[in-house]
Design a protein. Structure first.
Length: 134
């Protein structure tokens, strides 16, 4: 009779949880090799009334339904939504569970000297609410 090895399964789950917790802290870390995030108190000043100024904006880590909403907000805010890490990417919108491959690609571009900034999906909503009627 085969019995599941519950003790090792629990250890494996615990290791995965610890890894995810560490990864989530890394995404929003201010280390130079990570994505520079715009602080809440600088959000409106950074994007001013011009919004994204035709910059390419990538959304990662949100549901398909929320991604569609984010793309509409980005278009309204004068941005160009893109589906992947592109040559001219300027802003990344990070949801709760960003894709690790996209994050790695973005970090590599930043380390090679490209200027990419990050905002959260919540910050995108705030920006949209403040600037949509301007």
């Amino acid at each position: 009779e085969l019995k599941p090895d519950l003790l090792n399964s629990v250890d494996c789950v615990n290791e995965n949880i610890l890894y995810l917790e560490e990864a989530s802290h890394t995404v929003f870390s201010s280390d130079n090799d990570n994505i520079p995030m715009i602080p809440d108190n600088e959000l409106l000043a950074y994007f001013s009334e011009d919004g994204f100024k035709q910059v390419q904006v990538l959304v990662t880590g949100v549901s398909k339904e929320d991604k569609d909403k984010c793309w509409q907000m980005i278009i309204t805010l004068n941005g160009k939504p893109v589906k992947s890490v592109t040559k001219n990417l300027g802003v990344v919108v990070l949801g709760a569970v960003p894709g690790w491959r996209k994050l790695e690609d973005i970090r590599a571009k930043i380390q090679s000297g490209e200027h990419i900034v990050g905002i959260t999906d919540i910050q995108l909503q705030i920006l949209y609410e403040r600037l949509k009627d301007d």
